[in-house]
Design a protein around this ligand. Structure first.
Ligand SMILES: [Fe+2]
Length: 153
């Protein structure tokens, strides 16, 4: 598969693609830029654009992650676990709504969901504490605001 394949492929990439943007070989560790690059590639292919609010969401996520890291490693890892779990659920919702024949988009979303689930497991294995229910609820509400507004703006 080539990076441009995502726009025209009739079949999904392998579960562990090695030629997506930001990945030079199969042994290269996952890089945060991969998901952004894959998403931008699909948006470009579909003639769409990312949300104009993205810089705001990135800044907010960075600030929340920084605040969690200041508390403790276990809290920071707990924040990662909850974030990854919520993102994976969100991506599952996309998989349920994406057209069955949009194999390129489905491959990207499916691979991202797998990655997020793996990140959550890694953070859990590294000693994450379970966040209290109110914190998880607040994160869900913030994510709902982000995903809802991103759809329109
Ligand atoms: Fe992740």
């Amino acid at each position: 598969m080539t990076p441009s394949c995502a726009a025209t492929c009739s079949k999904p990439p392998a579960k562990k693609p090695t030629t997506w943007p930001g990945r030079s070989s199969g042994s290269t560790p996952w890089a945060p830029g991969d998901h952004l690059a894959w998403t931008q590639q699909r948006l470009d292919a579909l003639g769409a654009r990312p949300s104009l609010l993205n810089p705001l969401w990135f800044a907010g996520a960075f600030a929340l992650g920084l605040a969690a890291a200041k508390v403790s490693d276990r809290v920071s890892l707990g924040f990662v676990v909850e974030t990854e779990n919520q993102v994976a659920q969100h991506l599952q919702g996309h998989l349920a709504r994406l057209p069955a024949d949009d194999l390129a988009s489905r491959a990207v979303v499916s691979r991202m969901k797998d990655d997020e689930e793996r990140h959550a497991a890694s953070a859990r294995d590294a000693g994450a504490m379970a966040l209290p229910a109110p914190a998880r609820l607040m994160m869900k509400m913030a994510a709902k605001v982000m995903t809802t507004t991103a759809h329109y703006v």
